[in-house]
Design a protein around this ligand. Structure first.
Ligand SMILES: *Cc1c(COP(=O)(O)O)cnc(C)c1O
Length: 425
């Protein structure tokens, strides 16, 4: 099957996500993946600099992950998770909890990041509902936040071009200023009415889709402390930051104050299978216990705790528990830091920032920053032509690669970033 032929068949029948088909009618058919590389049906290789939308942590086609999923498929591929359980789910929950602060004691399974967020919001709102508290119905989030694409998750996202068509249908959420503005955030938080809020949700330390915006742990610590004083639950959306991305297991490991609920997906299975998790404290779980069935958690998806996804997550945990994985993460970070040194005083590549394995910067052209920035398509196409999958957020370019990426592949990406900027001068 030729590459063109497959691309044309695709273009006739498939509607792709986050794609303007009028401008980008053709998708690249990928045949295989190995390590940090994707290979198209003509054999052209692309360095996957964004881990295929932030999910792939250990590289593509990982034989150990593949083997574990295969073994599980022969054993048990799926079972209803209401009234039934299985070893891969129990083991995964026990292992995850052992890596989290001790206040986390319960694991709820779903299918993806957005659903993990929906469940978190339901936990917080129903906690108060079950207690007969009708006042705490509001949710608090940050400016520039992104928490997913379902209606609840969209409501929690900052108003943007992503959810413009639906803005009038979304539930009301109070937005704090950008967490990069510590003083404004603390002032806004302290002025909030104490008894109206159920939860405060945030992407800890890095706001991903909002533009890889990084902010201080001390700011978040102060906000969590105030939120707790005001009696709301704190929800850490670690869907992008979890599983080593920031240089520690979780971004919350940089915090002194601990959240009450945490959401995982993306890197959870090493990028192998779709799964979401929402973990919470025993206090929250207990509030759903009752002789009255109306107090239980009314949320489930057909594939909740799918055994294959659990097997992939357990296998990914095996790799995460190996020293060499952490050595790779540290190596990637040190490469990023050396590259950032060479960008000091660069006239076009600005705001270079690093957190663990994530490197981000803005391409400054004088135009306002943002997701629909006109240079976005030029950047995307340029890097694809160079054999690099790099999907900028407007004029923000970033590297968020599988941890196994080789130094020479990083060096190649760095060179091309500089070459692209050179072409703008
Ligand atoms: C990607 C992402 C989500 C949504 O996850 P999906 O699996 O795409 O639904 C939510 N929150 C954050 C921080 C994310 O990066």
């Amino acid at each position: 099957m030729s590459k063109e032929n497959l691309a044309l068949r695709d273009a006739a029948v498939i509607w792709h996500p986050f794609t303007q088909h009028q401008i980008e009618p053709i998708s690249i058919p990928i045949a295989s993946g190995k390590g940090a590389y994707l290979v198209d049906t003509d054999g052209k290789k692309y360095i996957d600099a964004i881990s295929s939308w932030w999910v792939n942590t250990h590289g593509h086609g990982h034989p150990y992950l593949a083997q574990k999923v295969y073994e599980q498929a022969l054993q048990l591929e799926q079972v209803i998770f209401a009234g039934f359980t299985h070893e891969p789910a129990v083991r995964l929950s026990e292992r995850l909890l052992s890596h989290l602060p001790p206040n986390f004691e319960r694991v709820f399974f779903s299918d993806n990041g957005s659903t993990a967020v929906e469940v978190a919001i339901k936990m917080a709102l129903q906690f108060f509902h079950n207690q007969g508290n009708t006042k705490r119905r509001k949710i608090l989030a940050f400016a520039d936040a992104y928490h997913g694409d379902t209606f609840g998750a969209m409501s929690l996202g900052a108003p943007s071009s992503f959810n413009d068509p639906f803005q009038d249908m979304l539930f009301e959420v109070e937005f704090l200023p950008s967490p990069q503005d510590t003083e404004a955030c603390l002032a806004a938080m302290s002025s909030l009415n104490s008894d109206e809020y159920a939860a405060f949700i945030f992407e800890p330390l890095i706001q991903g889709a909002g533009g890889m915006k990084m902010y201080e742990a001390s700011t978040l610590d102060a906000l969590i402390r105030m939120a707790h004083e005001k009696g709301m639950f704190c929800i850490a959306d670690e869907i992008m930051t979890g599983f080593g991305r920031t240089g520690k297991w979780f971004a919350m490991d940089y915090l002194a104050e601990k959240p009450d609920i945490v959401c995982f997906s993306k890197g959870l299975t090493g990028g192998m299978m779709a799964m979401g998790l929402t973990l919470c404290s025993e206090t929250i779980f207990q509030s759903f216990l009752s002789d009255d069935r109306r107090k239980m958690m009314f949320h489930s998806h057909s594939f909740t705790a799918n055994p294959l996804a659990c097997a992939a997550a357990n296998a990914s945990m095996d790799l995460m528990e190996k020293e060499e994985t952490w050595a790779s993460i540290a190596r990637v970070e040190s490469r990023h830091r050396a590259f950032a040194e060479t960008l000091k005083n660069h006239t076009i590549l600005k705001n270079v920032r690093i957190h663990g394995s994530i490197l981000a910067m803005e391409v400054e052209t004088g135009e306002k920053d943002g997701y629909l920035h006109s240079i976005r398509d030029d950047i995307y196409r340029y890097f694809l032509e160079q054999g690099i999958l790099m999907r900028p957020l407007g004029n923000t370019i970033y590297i968020l690669a599988p941890y196994c990426i080789e130094d020479e592949d990083l060096a190649y990406i760095y060179d091309k970033i500089k070459a692209f900027a050179q072409g703008l001068i």
